[in-house]
Structures are given as structure tokens and as C-alpha cells.
Ligand binder design. Structure first.
Ligand SMILES: Cc1cc2nc3c(=O)[nH]c(=O)nc-3n(C[C@H](O)[C@H](O)[C@H](O)COP(=O)(O)OP(=O)(O)OC[C@H]3O[C@@H](n4cnc5c(N)ncnc54)[C@H](O)[C@@H]3O)c2cc1C
Length: 381
């Protein structure tokens, strides 16, 4: 069977009258399609992905619905200043709430357990520095989260872990089930007449009449408007955008004998994270900061210094004295850049990019998809 068979009359017509083509069926692509549908009930909207499901970060993440631990916010403030750091945290928080409204908590397995930032013995100074920032952060966030104290100090001595007995809790965060989130968004999209196509590896678009032509193998799609929600993979279409890949490595343990706390955990500016998953297993990920340059890769194979660090930390800090093995391991590709905020821009009339979600796309997705939709629809005359 030839994969290059000439397109039939019907196949050509099939792809002819698309109003919006969304590239990428990750959470941002799906939500962008859903947002466009809210505004344009009669548009033909298609979402195209090279993978039958998605193959970026959305199906391979850790499922934290988070907007920042204190040391991460400290880091953001150091890099970008107080106003920009706070604006990004608020954007994430609002995105998280919008995601809940769109999906419903139960449908995505949301567990509003809060998150706990832990510190290691010897890191008392780091803890105190974070603690000092807490009142200012709480008062800045109070009108956003509705909580007088979004963050609070919490005793960690009951945890069977090698961590300081002082820790910091963010009461407004939680964890969700990544597979349920994807399924929910795909179901919402198809229920609204949005068409999802996997196995559609998009080539570069060209202008054609009032819209654009995109080739994929023997198929040729014509769309009036394009939105690229291809996150780390966006440079293949727009090499000048400041976006680089960042590998995130993850492991899930075999079931553990000792019951894990029902909490989400962060360590060291959010670079390291762990949580329980179904069957009393630990999901453990991060440590990209141990070798930034090696992790600036599209490779999906876990390994290197980061992998060794994940194994060491799991044994020495999180599960000391417990018997465990790696049951599953994988990597996913995040998108980073010198700035921490997402890239949302029109690259030419009718073409919008919504990418570079850093490690916070779950929280940001419902917010940035709305911003991208506004920008796209401004291009419609
Ligand atoms: C290990 C790991 C852990 C993470 N943990 C968290 C977390 O706990 N909380 C959180 O908020 N965020 C987390 N993130 C980040 C989060 O998952 C991302 O920010 C988010 O999923 C980005 O969504 P997206 O839709 O923008 O991009 P992606 O999910 O990357 O989607 C981009 C899509 O574009 C498709 N594509 C690429 N090229 C083409 C092409 N030529 N044609 C068609 N399709 C194409 C890809 O197949 C892919 O499906 C984590 C990421 C990783 C890797």
C-alpha cells in the first residue's frame, strides 16, 4: 500500500474548509480549541498532532496543579523582579481556577491536598529566607486566592523522610491525574464538534488565498487561521522564537509497604517534586538543575547525572530504609527560555503561537489559551 497515493477528490475536499487549525493536542492545544469554540460556535476547528494522543509534556508530566513554592517564587523574583514574578504566579493561579471550572474537579481526579516544600538538614538558612518572604507573599496573594495565608509554616517531623522538621505549605495547590485531564479535555473538545487528528505531522505552512496550506504526507490541509500550541517543538516552525527544550525525567516506584502521605512535595525551587500515585507508589521527578545543558534535549530517554540524582534522593531522602524499585521511568519535553513567561504572539496575520509553558503548563493552560484566542480573533475581519 502506497502512503504517497494521490489524494482523491474527496480527500482534498475533506481538508478544504477548516476555519482554525490548532497544531498540538497537548493541554494548551485542546484548551485553545475549546476557548475558540466558546467564541465561535460555527467554526470548523481541527486539532492536529503528530502522535495519536500527544507527545510533548502534557501526557508525561507529574500532575501538580501548582503556581509556585516560596523558594521558586524567590528565584523568580531574583530573576525577573517582584512585579513580574507575582504577575506570573497570579496568571498560574487564575489558570488553575479556570481549568477547574472548565473540567470539574472530579473529572480530572483533582486532590486539593496542598503542597509542602521540604528542606534538607543543613538548609536552615534557606528555610529562614523563605519564611521571611512568607508574610509579604501572603498579603500580595490574599485578594487572589481568598486565603489570608496562602502559605504557612508546618511541622514536618512526622514525615518518615530525611528532611528538616520545618517545612512550608501552600494551601491552594493540589495534584491531579494527568491521564484523566487529557481524556476530559479530549472528550469536551469532541463533544463540542472539535475534530482531533493524531498522526498528522505538520510541515511548514504557506499562504494560500485567504488562508494557509499545510502539508502532511499526502494530505494537504487548508485553514483560514492557525494556532501553534507546540510548546518545546515550536522552533521547527519558528526558529527565531526564544524557546529551548528541557527534558524532565520521572520515575514511579513499585508499591511501598509504608503508606505515603497524601500530599504533594517540592524541594529546591520546584526543580524537584514528588507525590503519591495510585497503588501507594511514589512518583518522583526533577533535578534538571543538576545538569541544565545535558537536559536541553529532545531525547526521551532518562539518564545521566539527573537520573542518578533522582535515584539517590529517593533512597536517601524520601524513602530512607524502605524497599523499592523503579517500576516505570520516562522523560517528557518542556519548553524554556531566558524569560519565564509564555510566548503568546502573532507571527503574521492569521497565525498565533502559544508556547513555552515552562514547568507550569497545567496551571497556565486555561489562562494562556484564552489569551491566545483573544489574539487570534483580533485577526478576523
Ligand atoms: C516530566 C515533566 C513533569 C511536569 N510536571 C508538571 C507539573 O507537575 N505541573 C505542571 O503544571 N506542569 C508540569 N510539566 C509541564 C507541563 O506538562 C507542560 O507545561 C504542558 O503540558 C505544556 O502543554 P502544551 O500543550 O503547551 O505542550 P505539549 O504537551 O508539549 O504539546 C505539544 C504537542 O505538539 C505536538 N507536535 C510537535 N510537533 C508537531 C508537528 N510537527 N505536527 C503536529 N504536532 C506536533 C507534540 O506531539 C505535542 O503533543 C511537566 C513537564 C514534564 C516534561
Amino acid at each position: 500500500m502506497s502512503s504517497q497515493a494521490a489524494a482523491s477528490w474527496w480527500e482534498r475536499r475533506y481538508w478544504e474548509d477548516v476555519d482554525v487549525a490548532v497544531a498540538g493536542a497537548g493541554i494548551v492545544g485542546l484548551l485553545t480549541a475549546i476557548r475558540i469554540r466558546e467564541r465561535k460556535p460555527n467554526y470548523r476547528i481541527v486539532v492536529l498532532d503528530r502522535d495519536p494522543l500527544a507527545l510533548g509534556a502534557s501526557s508525561r508530566n507529574a500532575g501538580f496543579a501548582c503556581f509556585g513554592s516560596i523558594t521558586e517564587l524567590l528565584d523568580d523574583i531574583g530573576e525577573e523582579g517582584w512585579d513580574a514574578a507575582l504577575e506570573l504566579a497570579v496568571r498560574r493561579y487564575e489558570g488553575f481556577q479556570a481549568l477547574r471550572n472548565i473540567c470539574g474537579d472530579a473529572a480530572i481526579g483533582l486532590n486539593l491536598c496542598g503542597s509542602r516544600e521540604v528542606f534538607l538538614p543543613g538548609e536552615e538558612g534557606r528555610y529562614r529566607e523563605a519564611l521571611q518572604l512568607m508574610p509579604e507573599l501572603n498579603s500580595a496573594l490574599a485578594s487572589i486566592t481568598g486565603e489570608e495565608a496562602t502559605f504557612c509554616a508546618a511541622d514536618a517531623s512526622q514525615l518518615a523522610m530525611n528532611v528538616l522538621s520545618e517545612s512550608l505549605v501552600n494551601r491552594c495547590e493540589g495534584i491531579l491525574e494527568t491521564d484523566m485531564l487529557l481524556r476530559r479535555l479530549r472528550n469536551l473538545a469532541t463533544a463540542q464538534g472539535i475534530e482531533l487528528y493524531g498522526g498528522f505531522e505538520m510541515g511548514l505552512h504557506e499562504r494560500s488565498g485567504q488562508g494557509f496550506r499545510i502539508r502532511c504526507g499526502r494530505h494537504e490541509l487548508n485553514a483560514r487561521l492557525l494556532v501553534y500550541c507546540t510548546n518545546a517543538f515550536t522552533p521547527q516552525f519558528f526558529p527565531d522564537l526564544p524557546i529551548v527544550p528541557a527534558r524532565g525525567q520521572v520515575l514511579v516506584t513499585t508499591p511501598l509497604a509504608q503508606t505515603l502521605p497524601n500530599e504533594a512535595f517540592f524541594y529546591d525551587r520546584g526543580y524537584t517534586y514528588f507525590r503519591p500515585v495510585f497503588g501507594n507508589r511514589l512518583l518522583m521527578g526533577g533535578f534538571r538543575n543538576k545538569d541544565f545543558s545535558a537536559e536541553e534535549t529532545y531525547s526521551l530517554d532518562p539518564g545521566g547525572t539527573v537520573w542518578q540524582e533522582l535515584m539517590r534522593f529517593t533512597t536517601a531522602v524520601v524513602l530512607p530504609g524502605q524497599t523499592w524499585e523503579v517500576a516505570y521511568s520516562w522523560a517528557g519535553t518542556m519548553a524554556m527560555g531566558a524569560e519565564r513567561s509564555p510566548v503568546i504572539c502573532a507571527t503574521e496575520p492569521g497565525v498565533v503561537v502559544c508556547a513555552r509553558m515552562s514547568g507550569m503548563g497545567v496551571a497556565l493552560s486555561a489562562k494562556v489559551s484564552q489569551e491566545a484566542t483573544e489574539l487570534l480573533l483580533q485577526q478576523v475581519y
